[in-house]
Design a protein around this ligand. Structure first.
Ligand code: BGC
Length: 506
């Protein structure tokens, strides 16, 4: 790529080697606190999507109508995903129109309301309503938290900070599995398991009342003084001047300053379209490479591998969730050092290898001739452990790369006027793909067998590798303004750019 990514007021990429004072992840406690507060949305995302598998066991016991009705059970589980899809789609618009702070507050109200409705449910209908409300909150939070964090983050640590929200997601999932395991012998406690999620929502609501709006959104909405006073908390005076100059230069070529763009623009402007395809493609591949077959069904997969004890299966799935969270920490460390592309490509290579191992273990286990020459049960047992090793390897490779990279890239590749909208549409792609995978995984296993199913997912991971290699640009360390120039360069000129849309709209 020949593009000169330098911008007025900065020495562009030379900054990386030049005199500018660089921040590290722990440099600024204000940015870290903001990330932590925004990340509560990620925690609720993880907790609410993880807790239901355990809670459902007790809900079934309490409501006979649910026990005998698979459709009702599936609806209770997937209604949160439906809510998340709608929440992400609408959340993008709320973000661009009303700002990141108000969007977070709306998500918190939905989280709290949904949790309380579920806690007080007298039957499946109320539960379904509660799941829908919580899902709407999850969807809005999934768009808002990464963007809010990215817009406050210094560019050299942006990837790590946005990935901290993913750590909160994986941490929330781990915590929910812990709760599921802890409550295995306690009937009736499902109300607590679901209701307790209202507490972090209230905590985040209160914290957000004290945190400022995103400086970039404020600047774009022409609230320049407020924006600068937020930036003053993040940068020292030299860097502050440079950041404000960058903002001023970008607001000159944004779609009419302060005026929210329209969804149609995304398909009219080539550079927006290119960015959206890269972001949405990453989100779809994140889901179609199978992470949630593992997160939602790891106890089932472990049992398919021959470990029949419920408790052992739950325990192993807790280990999987713990590894996933630990791997995300590795991702936080690597994403601003190796870059998004290298991290995603390495992650996908390992994912392919581990899925093939997993597939082979299942295929050999089901082939009647393979274990005939050895002691049959020892051979089957060894294959079971082989499958568990494949699962562990999968998580070890997925979690630092394909877990955080799609969220990080989507928080930084769109111009200000479309950041919420494009990020929201892309997150919707993530949730729709999530639902498709979750709803079809067990049926596909039923049709073609577990081994072949994992081979199909491995094939998708190969496609994902090719997609990242040829389509996703490196955005490590680039300012938002440099990323805009990058898309302009790729679009090859200004025809159909969002600047010309702004002229048309003026
Ligand atoms: C994904 C979720 C997934 C989680 C698991 C996130 O990045 O978006 O769908 O459940 O990672 O680690």
């Amino acid at each position: 790529m020949t593009i000169d990514l330098s911008m007025p007021g900065s020495s562009g990429l030379l900054d990386a080697a030049g005199g500018r004072k660089h921040m590290n992840f722990f440099s600024n406690s204000y940015v870290l606190a903001l990330t932590g507060a925004a990340g509560i949305g990620g925690f609720l995302f993880g907790y609410d999507t993880g807790v239901i598998s355990g809670a459902l066991l007790y809900i079934r016991d309490e409501f006979p109508a649910v026990k005998d009705n698979y459709f009702l059970q599936e609806t209770i589980v997937s209604m949160a995903l439906v809510g998340a899809m709608l929440g992400a789609a609408g959340g993008g618009w709320i973000n661009d129109t009303y700002g990141r702070r108000k969007s977070t507050l709306v998500a918190d109200v939905l989280f709290a309301l949904g949790s309380l409705v579920m806690c007080a449910s007298r039957g499946p209908n109320m539960l379904i309503l509660g799941r829908l409300l919580v899902g709407l909150g999850v969807g809005i939070a999934s768009v808002t938290a990464p963007v809010y964090i990215a817009e406050a983050a210094p560019s050299e640590i942006r990837g790590g900070l946005v990935s901290t929200n993913v750590l909160m997601i994986t941490g929330g999932q781990f915590f929910s599995y812990l709760i599921n395991l802890g409550f295995t012998e306690v009937p009736g406690t499902w109300r607590w398991m679901l209701g307790v999620a209202a507490v972090p929502a209230v905590v985040q609501f209160v914290l957000m009342l004290f945190l400022p709006e995103s400086p970039r959104w404020l600047y774009w909405k022409d609230e320049k003084a407020k924006a600068i006073s937020v930036l003053e908390k993040i940068y020292d005076s030299d860097r502050l001047e440079e950041e404000v100059e960058l903002l001023a230069s970008s607001s000159m070529h944004e779609f009419q300053s302060g005026c929210t763009g329209s969804y149609l623009d995304i398909f009219k402007s080539k550079e927006l379209r290119l960015a959206f395809y890269a972001g949405a493609g990453l989100q779809a591949f994140q889901q179609f490479t199978g992470i949630n077959t593992v997160m939602y069904y790891s106890p089932t997969i472990v049992q398919m591998a021959g470990f029949t004890s419920n408790r052992l299966a739950l325990l192993l799935s807790l280990v999987v969730a713990g590894m996933n969270a630990a791997g995300t920490i590795v991702g936080i460390y690597l994403i601003d050092r190796c870059g998004r592309r290298r991290l995603a490509l390495t992650s996908l290579s390992g994912v392919v290898v581990s899925l093939v191992i997993l597939a082979m273990a299942f295929i050999l286990q089901s082939s009647s001739s393979f274990c005939l020459n050895t002691l049959n049960s020892t051979c089957q047992g060894a294959l079971g452990w082989f499958a568990v090793a494949g699962l562990a390897l999968y998580i070890a490779f997925f979690s630092p790369g394909m877990g955080p990279v799609p969220w990080a890239v989507n928080s930084e590749i769109y111009p200000e006027a479309y950041r919420g909208m494009c990020g929201g549409m892309s997150a919707t792609v993530n949730w729709v793909s999530n639902l498709i995978v979750a709803q079809t995984f067990l049926s596909i296993v039923g049709w073609v067998g577990t081994g072949l199913t994992f081979l199909i997912i491995a094939g998708i991971a190969v496609l994902a590798f090719i997609f990242v290699a040829f389509y996703v640009p490196e955005t490590k360390g680039l300012s938002f303004e440099q990323v805009e120039l990058l898309w302009k360069e790729r679009a090859g000129g200004n025809q159909g750019s969002y600047q010309s849309l702004s002229v048309a709209a003026a």
